[in-house]
Design a protein around this ligand. Structure first.
Ligand code: ADE
Length: 256
């Protein structure tokens, strides 16, 4: 069964960016996941098809009204229930949400599907959030102009984890963050580019040596570029071999 993804959005066409291009485009064509959009504007009952109004208490901007959003969510829920997904989660993309990381992506990718709620303007009437939202997710501590980009980021990283998306089943397991560490560096032809050569070890054909070098780069680069991740990963200490790899890496930094 495909991963069922229903999105509540005023800008459904934006989602062509993930259903028509690249890895997620292929996954969509192969029905690894199914994306359905619901436009709250289609659930309005006034002549202007208004989805927003000014905030009670004053202040800048507009607020999305509860009713068109709630009716759209109910339709999306009904669709998921018809597919056998009884207790689907409604996720609101907002800077106030839980920060998205690899652990959360993995967790979400085990669900049969979800409903994503994309806000625009200053926000959404709080009563709609209380009534319908199960979970709030943020893509980081900054503000984008609407939930759509955040929803697409979420869908992309969740879909990558679903078997059948990536050609080589090992690829998702070798990405950065999978093991709490960054990825190792990659090289391709030519052997020499602008005077800079591919590390000799990668040309050696010795897979044990290559594996060791890559592990060293993974540990070393995390230490160098993301001390926060490094601390988390090795909070309970390093193995003798890991310490040795890191020490060598530090020496190689000095000798550069
Ligand atoms: N909408 C606006 N900014 C956002 C963010 N950082 N994460 C999720 N949704 C958002």
């Amino acid at each position: 069964m495909p991963f069922e993804c229903d999105v509540i959005t005023l800008f459904p066409e934006m989602f062509n960016a993930i259903t028509q291009y690249g890895v997620t485009g292929k996954a969509s064509r192969n029905t690894v996941f199914q994306l359905n959009t619901w436009n709250p504007r289609d659930f309005t009952h006034d002549n202007y098809r208004a989805v927003d109004d000014s905030p009670y208490g004053g202040g800048p901007g507009m607020v999305m009204m509860a009713q068109p959003l709630e009716d759209a969510i109910i339709q999306a829920r009904t669709r998921q229930i018809a597919l056998g997904i009884e207790k689907t989660k409604v996720i609101y993309l907002t800077p106030q949400g839980k920060r998205l990381d690899h652990a959360l992506v993995k967790q979400l990718s085990t669900l049969p599907g979800f409903i994503l709620l994309c806000g625009r303007y200053e926000g959404i009437d709080e009563r709609l959030i209380m009534r319908q939202v199960d979970m709030e997710i943020s893509i980081g501590d900054y503000v984008v102009s609407g939930g759509e980009l955040a929803a697409m980021i979420l869908i992309d990283c969740v879909v990558r984890q679903i078997p059948g998306t990536l050609g080589d089943p090992e690829s998702a397991n070798q990405d950065s963050f999978v093991d709490g560490l960054l990825d190792y560096p990659h090289f391709t032809r030519p052997e020499s580019y602008q005077g800079s050569r591919v590390p000799e070890i990668l040309m050696s054909g010795n897979h044990a040596h290559i594996h060791r070098w890559r592990l060293q780069q993974t540990i070393g680069r995390t230490w160098l570029k993301r001390p926060d991740l490094f601390e988390l990963k090795f909070a309970h200490g390093m193995t003798v071999e890991e310490e040795k790899l890191l020490e060598e890496f530090k020496q190689s930094c000095k000798s550069r």
